[in-house]
Ligand binder design. Sequence first.
Ligand code: PLP
Length: 395
Amino acid sequence: MISEKMVSYVQGSSAIRAMFEEGKRLSAIYGAENVYDFSLGNPNLPAPKEVKEAVYRILEEEDSVFVHGYMSNSGYEDVRGAVAESLNRRFGTAFHGENIVMTVGAAGGMNVIMKTLLNPGEEVVVFAPYFGEYRAYVTNYDGVLVTVPPNTEDFQPDLAEFEKRITPKTKAVIVNTPNNPTGVIYSEDTIKSLAALMRKKQQEYGTSIYLISDEPYRELAYDGKEAPYLTKYYENTIVGYSFSKSLSLPGERIGYLVLPDELDDSEDVRAAANVATRILGYVNAPSLFQRVIARCLEAQVDVEYYDRNRKTLYEGLKNVGLDCMKPQGAFYLFVKSPLEDEKEFCAAAKRHNILLVPGSSFDCPGYVRLAYCVSYEMICRSLPHFAELMKEIGG
Ligand code: PLP
């Protein structure tokens, strides 16, 4: 009796659920310390101490009716102002509170913006490999997801293939940098070329094409690298941010959208996002955690910890003969499968109690993803098992 659309969503999500169940099953048989679960992008680091302090202080100092009450659907005005100021300080932008809509994490923000922009049949372009949930975020509103095939050389977007896929129906383009699943940061050159191409196509078709930057991993960048702030390169840019990873708060569901004045129809877009937040049933982003993040805008988790994991896992996998690119950000490694069918490789890994996600979940078969937001000790314990796995498959 469930809707036809939901039947396909349920089928699509069962692979990840199955993996989660598999981790629990293997832990019950072999003991949790003998299972090497690299499947989930769930941060393993504690939230910074500023978060706990903020929670206590808000509950002590602020008025309960205000802290737990309804507010504008777009969020508390002072919080939105504080977010805008922090962005201006960090990126030299000129946002004000009205440009910010507080959201229920990145996922909530993406749904609000798709609801705001899409008419049925309008197209949203994504670059493979991409976060698999994008398909649902777009089709929820009867949009059409258009995929640009991967550039497996360096996993920067393939702009020649992109150009071929922009049509008069293209309403938006989603980029995610630092990227899940590759860990790649799109270079400034890539961003400039992407922006020039989108500007050219807007002119050619007389349409507005919005660039949506989904960037929950912005602060997780290594070796001094930084992802360019995209509103500075393309006027029609919307930023979707989340504190799930930078403050290890995925369960609290808190993030924001930036809807700059420079957007085409900026006022209408902002008004519609405000209404979308309400009618999608979020009503508003969680009130306590809006107030918490306003006090923690400069805090972040211990990025050095992820960096040590990154280096250890990357070197370890290279040493056993796996072919992978050193990630520049996020907490994922994207590894070329030594077997043609990466699902077979995942199955072989499971026989060694190693859990990996097949690249086909990100529309990029032939690769597997490892999440290294896990304990350093687990990474060290896993490496001999990767060596055995490679021996078994003759790698
Ligand atoms: N976008 C990307 C690329 C992600 O990797 C994730 C979560 O892993 C999300 C969005 C959703 O994040 P949130 O928990 O803030 O909704």
